[in-house]
Write a protein that binds this ligand. Sequence first.
Ligand code: FES
Length: 428
Amino acid sequence: MKKRYGYDKKALKGLGYTKFLTEVHERNKIIEAQPEEEIVSKYNANILAERLHPRAQYVKVAEVTELKDARRFKLVPDKERGTERLAFFRAGQYVTVRVIIGKTDEAGDGPTDTLKSGMSSGTESVMIRPYSLCSAPMSALGEAPFYEILVKKVPDGFVSSWILENWKPGSEAVLSGPLGNFYYQDLRDAEHVIAAAGGSGITPFLSMAGAVKDGTEKFKLTILYGCRTEADILLKQELDELASHDGIRVVYVLSDEEKTGYEHGFISAELIRKYADETDFSLFACGPAAMYDFLKKQAEALKLPRRLVRFEVSGGARNIAADPGFPKEKLGESYELKLLVHGEMIVTKCRAEETVLTAIERAGVHAPSECRSGECGFCRSRLISGEVYIPADTDKRRMADARYGWIHPCTSYPVSDLEIEVYPVDAV
Ligand code: FES
């Protein structure tokens, strides 16, 4: 039923409303002549918002490239499942991959015994993990759009192992829209970006280099890529090709090997200064947690303004046992975790060394999450009782949330039995 838009004659009295009233009738006629569909969905702003921030993007694996200890996946829109195009993104952003573990996949392979461990039999868990986009943003546009992500083999990696075992050309996948703030912002950043990368942390910088190369981004990029040995460098040929373009430089920093043409040691303040060659630069970092500990000290020594220092934190696994603030006597403990979900109570276990979110997912509850690093707030849940440990650098809650018992389970570790209210989302 269409709604007629009325007016208040009294309110309009004295405003010369005769002409206005005629226009109301004209407007109603135009509205009623429109086809029976939601008028609001036709607003350009809504169409643009849906294109830039889709709730889900259905894709297919088009290509798999084998790397040393990783695989690179090329993902294309799955038109049969309704994704006609891919959302544009900023170089440095990530997408989350949503997979159902515990469900037989299309190729007939179920999860391995290792993956099943900790999941009660018959449990089907929706797992969400962020992966930086390594293709240049322009790849998402045009006639043959695609994204590329790189998935590294991680010991005990739950979702990465599943993806590496199950994704083949033709496999279906579900992604979020592009997310994250790890990208160049010309109002805030200097014109020169020093990018400190470690291991598979090279991926967002690969995308940035691609964007500088094709002119999408207009800053100078120097990548300092830290690896143990030359053999550990990922995508060297591609990086060398990118470095042949104006505005892009790649320097390999080997910690365990001395070789001509390579820097030796770590990405120190001294090395950063050497390649900064201007006083003003932004420092972006992406890599393992151990590299961050070192780099944070270097950033302090460089006395860079806070706005010029950016550490990518999305989804990095954390060794909580090495966190100086974590109560050591709690290590090895396993706590009861009660989950209040739509008024029903689910009881499970959570180890002190794992995040509450991991335990929630393992229990088969489709908890919302995106960044897995405390930043986006998607996993926000109510702590009814109990105590959690939240590493200070990942506590990105609003002050009111912290005060009134809300937590981000992705960066919360149990230090007592817990009761939490969770607000699940639809499975993929
Ligand atoms: S998933 Fe982003 S804050 Fe928890």
